[in-house]
Design a protein around this ligand. Sequence first.
Ligand code: NAD
Length: 382
Amino acid sequence: RFKPVLNLLFMLLSKFFEKLVKTMSVTIPVNVDTPYDVVIGRNLSKEILQQVLRENTTKLLIVCAPHVSNYALECASQLEGLGYEVSTQILPDGEESKTIEVMASLWDCAGRVRLGRADAVIAIGGGASTDVGGFLAASWLRGIDFIAVPTTLLGMVDASVGGKTGINTPVGKNLVGAFHSPRRVVVDLDRLETLNHDDYRAGLGEVVKCGFISDPAILSIVEANPEPIYDPRSEEIAELIERSIAVKARVVSADLHENGPREFLNYGHTLAHAIEKIENFHYRHGEAVAIGCVFAAHLAQRRGMLSEAEVQRHIEDFSALGLPTFYEGASIDALLEVMLSDKKVRAGVLRFVLLDGVNHPVTVKVNPQEVIDCALSMGMRQ
Ligand code: NAD
């Protein structure tokens, strides 16, 4: 007699727990001068944004990437429902948004809506959108509050955490900017469901990099079974994202302004930046980083810092996720020229982050001839 009632009760309870699990979130603290949290979860409520706004905040300026404008408008209407005056600006896509012209139009908009000192900017989108939104917040009235809502994998694990904001100039990428920590970073994993396959895969390059510099559990997850990692709803991708953000949060907490250990996050980046520049930024960052890490592993092996098996591990782990491990475009001479013209290179001395054993990054000076010899031994052309 009680069976239908029990069945109904069971069904309601399982729905409740399903919702509870879905909305459960993980919080990772970033301990910089003004500490903030990265909140990671699924189906996160918009109150997560409201919680960090000041009591006297009245206006919000949302800037968003075009592909997530529906989600941004949904956030805007919920925040309006909570009593805020919200303006939403849809940015040009990707790098097209990181220009002085776009910044000038955003400053105009902030002036028109009279965004005040107690008000805030919310950026929703990939790394380009959070870089622009963060710089708008950093520069408006000499700095107002900022909340980052990254919606690409790269934005979640890298660009939105650490407080670097900025735009490009015709001379180069990210040349104008400021350090401006957000009040919170909100990572809603559900956003990944609409991300295209190539951007998703490229974001995994930074994830595997974090595994090699600091967290072996990341490598174990990739090595155990890469298949579920492609599913944005899987437990595996959630754990990889949490672990990668924890790596970045730890490093940034120890060194916000990049005077010391923050440099280790640049593992694979010396060659990656040269590839991106030579390819006119049509090469995805995470793919270039995968190639750069494998190159750095070969350099480390030549110096006796990594074994052949550890170099092979680099190749297998990046390849398992469909990432490239070898660059066949320009010659090593052309790449070297770009590396030597980088703004961080002084007196013709290149600096590479290498691993002295997996999870032991060190920064070393490398002679250009050593780079050429390594590249030629790998089969790159001169
Ligand atoms: P991106 O911001 O250009 O986004 C890639 C594409 O994905 C864009 O077309 C965007 O509109 C779209 N998109 C965003 N979210 C989406 C979603 N949920 N569904 C569907 N499409 C979506 O690229 P990115 O790879 O996220 O970030 C690269 C940028 O980040 C570069 O400008 C780089 O300089 C910057 N960056 C900054 C830092 C930092 O510390 N500030 C670190 C790394 C990279």
